[in-house]
Ligand binder design. Structure first.
Ligand SMILES: C[S@@+](CC[C@H](N)C(=O)[O-])C[C@H]1O[C@@H](n2cnc3c(N)ncnc32)[C@H](O)[C@@H]1O
Length: 555
């Protein structure tokens, strides 16, 4: 009660009306979600295409090297760059990439290298009622919400009490007063500042992260200024750093934070993890991050050679070369020169055309310039060398039509599923004849169709589309990537919806999923526990059926 009165007085002293506060918070809609682990469109920031500015490096970064000198330096500096990481990791400070993580020795696939709690993490706006704010676990039971702000939800009294003590007692009065949705980025930055105020030493790990400030365009800085105003409406004045410090934190947050993903690899929230964020990006990464609740787990998904750089992917690498480059430059201020970007300048299956031969899965290079005056486009299939001759205008027209149908269907998926589905079927009819199976537009169309089919409980379609997606993912993503592994698990689930009783095929689907998931998820993760349980149940069912067949006395 007393707290409420104090807050009110403070709020009154501020000249902004409630309306203004709410507007600022609504306007300062979430800053783009970095590290691309979620596949929403929040990376589509409005910032212009900007050249990369030199990356400012912190003093601590400059101290680290990968040789014996690095070890000496690390010993003398206050804290290692990677706290509690696997000893097989080593740090180099590269001219063009800044702090970079390397393998000191060969590391096989499927190894956990870092397990880490976030410095700050919050649930996304759309997931607040589905996931516990404190532990990030999804619950089958309805979550209980904070009775005051009615905004945050918890799975247990314990979670609510611990969250209240740490953070919520400070935010709750403002949330109650504002009375509407507060973007996740604002909430996350607020929480980091609360933690900083209560434990200033802990904030050193955040202060050492890359800022990227000098590369941030003015237009984006204006958005950040709105964010600062929004945070100021929530945080008590004594906890609020200077505008400059808050701007730095926001810049760090944009470049270093990442989406926290759930069981199904879909976005749950956003968080800042000061160790795993040190990994640089590659469009063909050898590591991936999965989450258990809000614990980030970094694992190798491929064999890593000694002295090889360890990388994760910041964006969805289903996108073609140009889009990937654009997004990385816009949000992370660098030009990607990874293995895949090098190759795909020649042929990129994500934007390729299909081979004319029906039985060939080969790709035909997408024309460089559709506006060229040449009437016909001629190119060879990468696999069977069959010549494709097609009018340039035809390629352009079909691609545009597929794109439009995709947009149309996406705008009506929640209101008119049958029509959305019809549009997608048309998109396939038009696109299939010319676009490669891994073309990003066809993949997106399949993803949409799968979601619709699942919503409509049309398991037959859902199963066959998921299988097609899985096939495409095997080429688009590195093997053992979580997204491919999860898709394989989804195939098993779809099949079991279609044919719930034991069958060799169903068992094989689960075993295949388990094999893939075991690489990117830890043994005791909830995903693996659930797949193993499903396999056990299937096997028990099969033994039971066998015993019955052989006339055993089963009760
Ligand atoms: C999340 S941080 C990664 C760690 C960072 N290297 C550091 O010094 O702390 C992201 C920043 O690292 C740099 N970076 C990451 N991947 C890169 C790459 N493939 N090529 C060049 N720079 C990269 C960019 O400056 C980017 O904004």
């Amino acid at each position: 009660m007393h707290k409420k009165r104090t807050y009110r007085r403070r709020a009154k002293e501020q000249s902004d009306s409630d309306e203004e506060i709410s507007n600022v918070i609504t306007d300062a809609t979430s800053i783009p979600k970095p590290l691309g682990l979620s596949f929403d469109d929040s990376l589509e920031s409005e910032s212009p295409f900007i050249p990369r500015a030199p990356q400012p490096r912190s003093e601590a970064n400059a101290k680290v090297l990968n040789d014996s000198k690095a070890k000496d330096d690390q010993e003398t500096s206050e804290a290692p760059i990677l706290e509690g990481a696997d000893p097989r990791l080593t740090i180099k400070n590269l001219e063009d990439k800044g702090v970079s993580v390397f393998a000191a020795t060969a590391i096989p696939a499927g190894q956990t290298l870092i397990r880490e709690q976030p410095y700050g993490a919050v649930i996304d706006d759309t997931n607040l009622t589905k996931y516990c704010t404190a532990c990030f676990k999804a619950s089958e039971q309805p979550l209980s919400r904070c009775s005051s702000c009615k905004f945050l939800h918890y799975c247990s009294r314990q979670c609510q009490i611990s969250d209240w003590k740490q953070y919520h007692s400070i935010e709750c009065p403002s949330y109650t007063k504002i009375g509407k949705r507060i973007p996740a980025a604002v909430r996350c930055i607020t929480r980091m500042l609360i933690r900083r105020a209560n434990d200033p030493t802990s904030f050193k790990t955040v202060e050492r992260l890359t800022v990227g400030k000098d590369a941030v365009p003015e237009k984006v800085k204006m958005k950040y200024a709105q964010l600062i105003m929004a945070v100021r409406q929530i945080l008590p004045a004594k906890m609020m750093p200077s505008a400059g410090d808050t701007m730095e934190l926001i810049c760090r947050f944009t470049v270093n934070s990442m989406s926290v993903l759930g069981f199904d690899y879909a976005g749950v929230g956003v968080g800042l993890f000061t160790n795993v964020c040190r990994l640089n990006h590659s469009c063909w990464p050898n590591c991936a991050i999965t989450f258990e609740g809000k614990t980030a787990v970094l694992r190798t998904i491929g064999h890593v050679e000694e002295s090889e750089e360890l990388c994760i992917s910041y964006i969805d690498v289903m996108e073609p070369y140009e889009t990937r480059q654009e997004r990385l430059l816009e949000q992370y201020y660098f030009k990607c020169q990874c293995k895949l970007c090098g190759i795909t300048k020649d042929i990129d299956i994500r934007s390729a055309l299909r081979c004319l031969r029906k039985d060939c899965t080969g790709a035909v290079r997408y024309p460089d310039n559709l506006e060229e005056s040449r009437e016909m486009y001629t190119s060879l299939c990468s696999v069977c060398s069959t010549e494709l001759i097609v009018p340039l205008a035809d390629i352009q027209e079909r691609q545009d039509r597929v794109e439009n149908l995709l947009k149309l269907s996406s705008s009506m998926t929640s209101t008119d599923k049958p029509r959305a589905r019809l549009n997608l079927e048309n998109a396939f009819r038009i696109g299939d004849g010319i676009l490669h199976n891994c073309h990003h537009l066809l993949v997106k169309a399949r993803q949409q169709l799968k979601d619709i089919a699942i919503d409509m409980k049309d398991w037959e379609t859902a199963y066959s589309v998921t299988k097609q997606l899985y096939e495409a993912y095997q080429h688009i993503y590195p093997s053992n990537s979580p997204i491919t592994a999860i898709e394989c698990y989804v195939i098993a689930k779809m099949y079991s919806n279609l044919h719930p009783e034991y069958s060799w095929t169903l068992h094989a689907h689960y075993v295949q999923a388990l094999k893939l998931l075991e690489v990117c998820y830890e043994t005791n993760s909830s995903v693996l526990q659930s797949v193993r349980r499903e396999i056990r149940e299937l096997e028990a069912e099969q033994s039971f059926a066998q015993m019955q067949r052989h006339g055993h006395d089963v009760q």
